[in-house]
Design a protein. Structure first.
Length: 167
């Protein structure tokens, strides 16, 4: 059973070792953005091993289309390949939703590449629905732990979920 919690500074080295699909500089930037209050950097732990992560931005200010949906925004959901199909992605998304609810937010949103069938199915299963926003062609850059830069270009569709308090 995974435990999901915001990254603590003392856990940084462990995260870098376990999740090399993102560069150390990227993990570090995310930790700093969490400490500034811009986002939560939620990590899934299986015992002492980090097996997945997700960013929950409190406002989607870095994405011009997403700003139309004024709600917390899920970015870069990633589960280590060896740990997929075991509920880790679902646990990370549920942790995002609980954190948003704890801040009295009533909706949560995300963008997903239209060709990412598996992620799309996961979001649908958990109740994420189309926003009505137009799909957008987007490009970006990410760096892995070996320092290799990856350029991506994709059509992204926007999904949103209404959060009902569980009382
Ligand atoms: C998309 C992603 C985050 C999903 O993570 P995950 O941990 O595999 O997700 P879950 O296990 O919660 O759910 C996915 C599947 O596992 C199944 N599952 C969930 N819990 C399970 C369990 N305890 N035992 C077996 N299967 C389970 C689900 O039914 C679902 O079925 P599927 O295999 O047909 O898709 C992961 O595949 C990933 O990191 N992909 C690359 C990055 C990416 O695309 N991120 C999304 C960007 S928008």
């Amino acid at each position: 059973m995974v435990e999901v919690r915001p990254l603590a500074p003392a856990e940084f080295e462990r995260l870098c070792a376990d999740m090399p699909l993102r560069a150390r500089t990227q993990h570090w930037a995310n930790l700093n953005r969490q400490q500034s209050g811009e986002l939560l950097y939620l990590i899934a732990w299986e015992g002492e091993r980090a097996v997945g992560h997700v960013l929950l931005f409190w406002r989607p200010a870095h994405d011009p289309v997403a700003t139309l949906a004024d709600c917390p925004w899920v970015i870069d959901l990633l589960v280590h390949p060896e740990w997929r199909s075991r509920g880790v992605g679902s646990a990370l998304l549920r942790a995002c939703e609980e954190a948003a609810l704890a801040r009295d937010q009533t909706r949560i949103g995300l963008g997903v590449a239209v060709g990412n069938v598996r992620a799309h199915a996961l979001y649908e299963r958990l109740g994420y629905r189309h926003t009505g926003l137009a799909d957008q062609r987007m490009t970006g850059v990410w760096e892995d732990a070996s320092g290799t830069t990856h350029i991506w270009e994709d059509t992204v569709t926007y999904l949103i979920k209404s959060l009902a308090p569980t009382t």
